[in-house]
Design a protein around this ligand. Structure first.
Ligand code: ADP
Ligand code: MG
Length: 339
């Protein structure tokens, strides 16, 4: 056996990328989350060749100070948390400082950014894990990150990708999830020049649901809301006659993060009770708001799963609110104007 030694930075980043950057949709998720964390109100995602040639995310967020750009590519470097207290009070989508270094370890990355106070933009390019170019550039306010040649140095990962259409639909799904969590952000996604998703960004969740599903489905949905000691919930749900054959059509958003949570999904179905046929599931979206202290988002590499305190209180609330709402008489659907 050889002696224990520390791995070179690029290799360590490649290992981290193995967990965080699984496929093109992971790049889309990480970059759009960064844009949203930078308070962008408009985020445009441009894809070419199912993400293998190009994934570009353009935002109008606060940008990065020139001097800090190289740090953004260092593992565990983040502007989002400082100490242990912050780790248990996560208010942002990112906090581990892993995405940019991971992406740059398995792809070529060009970042262009400009803050409101900067006189020019700044361009920084990492190719083959090395800085290939850096310096001032003309530029609009905000940040553009362009990722090219994804997985050029990890052939196994490339091979394991699904059909281009499947990878593309996973990217659309990722954008849909973020759009439902952030109705106040105008999101667009295009592939080879064709627009696949476009949300208005006016804060209206029902209009986002019209984009994610279709206008008729969204119009027929019913708004609900409720609260208990620790939780506030609200959202839209479909009437029992409008269902699908899988649970995955009811988005669960916890403090604006799309998550998978069986207890919550189950509580939703329980709220419908016998109104649902066996094997049928409702469509909709639920926002769950709670003190970040009560949720651990640091249990999954892609933060797709979370751990909740007071889960019993939450599932009871959800079941109750949904059952009450479906018992109501004025289930008159709203007309959706200006779509
Ligand atoms: P994290 O999001 O966990 O902090 P990342 O590797 O995704 O880690 O990003 C590192 C840092 O780079 C962020 O903390 C942020 O300060 C900065 N950054 C990344 N993307 C953007 C962006 N689109 N706009 C502004 N700042 C960004
Ligand atoms: Mg991030």
């Amino acid at each position: 056996m050889t002696k224990i030694h520390e791995l070179p930075e690029l290799l360590a980043n490649q290992i981290a990328a193995g967990e965080v950057i699984e496929r093109p949709a992971s790049v889309v998720k990480e970059l759009v989350e960064n844009a949203i964390d930078a308070n962008a109100t408009q985020v445009e995602v441009v894809i070419e060749n199912s993400g293998l040639d190009l994934i570009k995310v353009i935002d109008n967020g606060q940008g990065i100070d020139q001097e800090e750009v190289p740090l953004a590519f260092v593992r565990h470097a983040t502007s989002k948390i400082q100490d242990r207290h912050d780790l248990f009070n996560i208010m942002t989508l990112g906090f581990r400082g892993e995405a940019l270094p991971s992406i740059a370890a398995v792809a070529d990355v060009t970042l262009q950014t400009r803050t409101q106070t900067a006189e020019t933009g700044f361009l920084y390019q990492v190719k083959g894990g090395q800085v290939a170019q850096e310096g001032p550039t003309a530029g609009r306010f905000g940040t553009i990150v362009a990722v090219r040649s994804l997985f050029y140095n990890t052939p196994a990962r490339l091979k394991y990708l699904k059909k281009p259409q499947t990878e593309m639909s996973l990217m659309v799904e990722t954008i849909n999830h973020l759009a439902m969590a952030y109705p106040n952000v105008a999101l667009t996604l295009s592939h080879n020049g064709k627009t696949l998703v476009r949300t208005p960004g006016n804060g209206d969740l029902r209009q986002v649901l019209a984009v994610v599903y279709d206008r008729k489905t969204a119009e027929k949905m019913v708004a609900f809301e409720g609260a208990s000691d620790h939780f506030k919930v609200n959202g839209y749900l479909s009437l029992p006659e409008q269902t699908r054959s899988s649970r995955s059509y009811f988005a669960v958003l916890v403090n604006h993060r799309f998550v998978k949570n069986f207890s919550v999904s189950n509580a939703i179905s329980t709220g419908y009770g016998s109104k649902l046929m066996v094997g049928r599931f409702p469509i909709g979206a639920i926002n769950i708001e709670l003190d970040p202290l009560l949720v651990d988002v640091n249990v999954h590499p892609q933060k797709a799963e979370i751990r909740l305190s007071e889960e019993g209180e939450l599932t009871e609330l959800i079941t109750q609110v949904i059952a009450d709402r479906l018992r109501g008489e004025n289930l008159i659907p709203a007309a959706l104007d200006n779509l």
